[in-house]
Design a protein around this ligand. Structure first.
Ligand code: MRU
Length: 348
């Protein structure tokens, strides 16, 4: 599968005083437009509005955001070291669940501590680009390991978007799917539409279809029926944060999918880089879950679909308990069974 058929999710343009160009995912699939972020405030806003989304991509955008924050301080003649801390604080407040954001920001903090103020702008840009390049390689490795789990499948289901749009290269869960589709072009990939923001219907379907993968969108409430009909051999999803015992936060709806996969004895896989593990958390109860605006549920695409005044819940993520996860695919290999012992053996 050729990732070159897809425009870059995020890219740094120009020299150290350049800017971050994001493919605006809020406009897909209708239009392919780019949003150029020249300031850290624009990056924070882009992350909050899901112009850029998906755990690894958020982390990379934040790393470039620190570069912009420090460049601004240099331009204004204020203390660039101070700007590192304030930039990290601003970016850390953008979204709470995906730990890759905080992981990338800590990498930037450590990088900043290693050089003198005069070297900071170029050094930070170099490190952000290194993180970006490392993510491409990580995605490739996850794809290769994930392929071993999907190579005999004829139907695979995924939820939300854990592909090129959520990371670099072919993403995480979709990297395994792209690799399996390369081997078996008849592989049918079912993409849950993923209410309320439709990352599956809008984004996963867009990138898979454009890459020539046999793709079929289903409403979220159709998965169980398809499983009963024998159309789905495996489920594979990405992750936003994985606790030390393997409990996994991912897009809302993932937990329900894991339950129905278990009921139908269908393997349920999670694919994620090691930067998605938060080994400081004993279990998933401690994972902060982002609550998003009610309007995402009441007014899809701006149209009122819920009577005014009715209460709405809109958690963006849920936590799937480790015992519902058959295996976790990482760049270093596959964790199976999913428990603290096997996670520590591979991830720490
Ligand atoms: O709210 P989003 O679109 O950022 O949620 C994204 C997901 O839940 C993805 O499945 C997850 O970040 C994994 S991306 C490789």
């Amino acid at each position: 599968m050729n990732e070159n058929r897809l425009p870059a999710t995020l890219q740094w343009m120009g020299p150290p005083n350049g800017f971050l160009r994001l493919l605006d995912q809020t406009c897909l699939p209708q239009t392919e437009v780019f949003l150029d972020c020249h300031t850290i405030a624009e990056v924070v806003d882009a992350i909050r509005r899901l112009v850029v989304r998906g755990a690894p991509a958020i982390g990379l955008a934040a790393a470039y955001g620190v570069v912009l924050g420090v460049a601004d301080a240099v331009k204004k003649g204020t203390d660039p070291n101070l700007a590192v801390g304030t930039s990290i604080d601003q970016l850390a407040a953008s979204r709470p669940t995906a730990v890759n954001l905080f992981w990338a920001l800590e990498k930037m903090r450590a990088a900043a501590a290693a050089v003198s103020p005069i070297e900071l702008p170029e050094h930070l840009l170099r490190v952000a680009k290194q993180l970006h390049a490392a993510d491409r390689e990580t995605c490739r490795q996850i794809g290769q390991h994930g392929l071993t789990l999907l190579e005999s499948c004829t139907g695979v289901l995924t939820h939300c978007n854990a592909g090129a749009l959520a990371a670099s290269a072919h993403g995480t869960a979709l990297a395994a799917i792209y690799a399996a589709a390369e081997l078996n072009p008849d592989l049918r990939v079912y993409a849950d539409e993923t209410r309320p923001l439709l990352q599956g219907a809008r984004l996963t379907a867009w990138e898979l279809h454009r890459s020539g993968v046999n793709t079929c969108v289903i409403c979220d409430n159709m998965a169980a029926a398809l499983m009963r009909e024998g159309k789905i051999d495996a489920v594979i999803v990405g992750a936003d944060r994985i606790a030390g015992n393997g409990d996994t936060a991912n897009k809302i709806g993932t937990y329900g999918l894991a339950i129905i996969a278990s009921y139908h004895a269908i393997p349920f896989y999670v694919a994620a880089p090691l930067s998605t593990f938060d080994l400081q958390l004993r279990d998933g109860c401690q994972i902060p879950i982002e609550q998003r605006a009610a309007a995402e549920v009441t007014h899809p695409a701006g149209v009122a679909r819920v009577p005014e005044g009715v209460a709405v819940e809109n958690p963006a993520f849920d936590v799937t308990p480790a015992d519902l996860i058959t295996a976790i695919v990482t760049e270093r290999g596959i964790i199976r069974p999913v428990d603290q012992q096997h996670i520590e053996a591979l991830a720490s």
